[in-house]
Design a binder for this molecule. Structure first.
Ligand SMILES: *[C@@H]1O[C@H](CO)[C@@H](O)[C@H](O)[C@H]1NC(C)=O
Length: 364
């Protein structure tokens, strides 16, 4: 009897260990120190992992520098949620791919970068590091990325084995027709990938003619395979398992100027971007909700794309509201069995509406 009892106990212990290991979902969000929201005002109870964006590369030394906001971030967000994980995100959309490629092309600069990343993370209380090297377009960049990730993981194992290592990557493993991301090095060396499932279309991308499009649709009913779910399927097919993929959702939109206010659906002719709200034509969710209420804009949710748009006059904005966020998070959890979701960026939420919807939809 005693041995049966102890067998049962060890079985239960094993199960709970197993459960702990695999219930470690990611409810992520990126925060920028320079975009209105103070770190002390973040409702960190809505997240499991928060990313401070961004550490920058010094082009002489190839070491990283961080602003005071990222230095105090881990301590600040743990005041409301002692268990939240802080990750230091490196690079970002405005960093140049060629700078990261130069760093990653030489052993000495890779070492300078890696050592400084680990030392910045550990000295400021971070739980992990996140690489946001974006806009790769050449095969050599992909080769250098693979080498960087391999050496980075080895250095973490040796110097700070508890550090998480992630990267925010393109929505699909093909950057273009020549450059494909190194799926094996990614899968072997990263804890997970933040899949940037947004910015598929914007009025400023490429030459005219312009047409309105959802910029972050979960599905692509046109069959062109430009969508979040198509990207996730392609990553899995390339060899990165679903439990290492985290789906990105945008807390901002892309704004077009319609050619005619009477033609205002998806694929309506447009003249370019609409930059009344922000110069780049990418209004935050907060700005979009204000635009809707101030102008009585019409709001449409398209459940085939899983996308919202709103328009008033000749302003047309593609964005995600709560139903799109909930549908994407439910897809991530239940349909695709992904590790989790993340938001870019939490500064842009309005009264935590999207963050709350996402967290509640995922559940615990
Ligand atoms: C979504 O948009 C497409 C293109 O405009 C349209 O054909 C389709 O009927 C819409 N679906 C829904 C559910 O509104």
């Amino acid at each position: 009897m005693a041995s049966l009892k102890s067998l049962i106990i060890s079985y239960i212990t094993l199960l709970s260990l197993f459960h702990f290991e695999f219930s470690n979902a990611v409810k992520g969000g990126y925060w920028s120190p320079d975009n209105g929201l103070k770190a002390s005002d973040i409702d960190s109870t809505l997240f499991t992992h928060l990313f401070c964006a961004f550490a920058n590369l010094n082009l002489q030394t190839y070491q990283l520098t961080i602003s005071p906001g990222c230095q105090t971030f881990p301590r600040t967000i743990r005041q409301k949620n002692s268990g939240v994980m802080a990750l230091l995100s490196i690079g970002g959309g405005s960093a140049k791919s060629s700078d990261y490629n130069n760093m990653a092309s030489q052993p000495s600069s890779r070492k300078a970068f890696i050592d400084s990343s680990i030392s910045l993370a550990t000295s400021n209380g971070y739980n992990g590091l996140d690489l946001d090297w974006e806009q790769q377009s050449k095969t050599e960049e992909m080769d250098h990325l693979a080498t960087l990730l391999t050496e980075w993981r080895a250095a973490i194992k040796a110097q700070a084995p508890n550090l998480i290592l992630t990267a925010a990557l393109h929505f699909r493993p093909m950057a273009n027709s020549v450059a494909t991301f190194p799926a094996k090095a990614i899968s072997d060396n990263l804890d997970w990938v933040n899949v940037m499932a947004y910015d598929f279309y914007a009025p400023g991308y490429g030459p005219p003619p312009y047409f309105t499009r959802p910029h972050a649709a979960l599905n692509d009913p046109t069959g062109a395979k430009v969508s979040g779910s198509d990207g996730i399927n392609a990553w899995i097919k390339a060899g990165v398992p679903a439990n290492k993929l985290v789906l990105g959702v945008p807390f901002y939109g892309h704004a077009w100027t319609l050619a005619s206010s009477n033609n205002n659906g998806i694929m309506a002719p447009a003249t370019g971007n609409q930059n009344t709200y922000v110069p780049e034509g990418t209004p935050s969710y907060t700005q979009i909700k204000k635009f809707i209420s101030q102008n009585g804009a019409k709001v449409v949710y398209n459940s085939s794309y899983v996308a919202y748009y709103c328009f008033s006059g000749t302003t047309w904005i593609a964005y995600d509201d709560t139903q799109a966020i909930a549908t994407k998070v439910a897809y991530a959890k239940n349909t695709a069995s992904l590790l989790g979701y993340f938001a870019w960026q939490i500064n842009q939420d309005l009264n935590w509406a999207l963050s709350t919807k996402a967290s509640q939809t995922w559940g615990s």
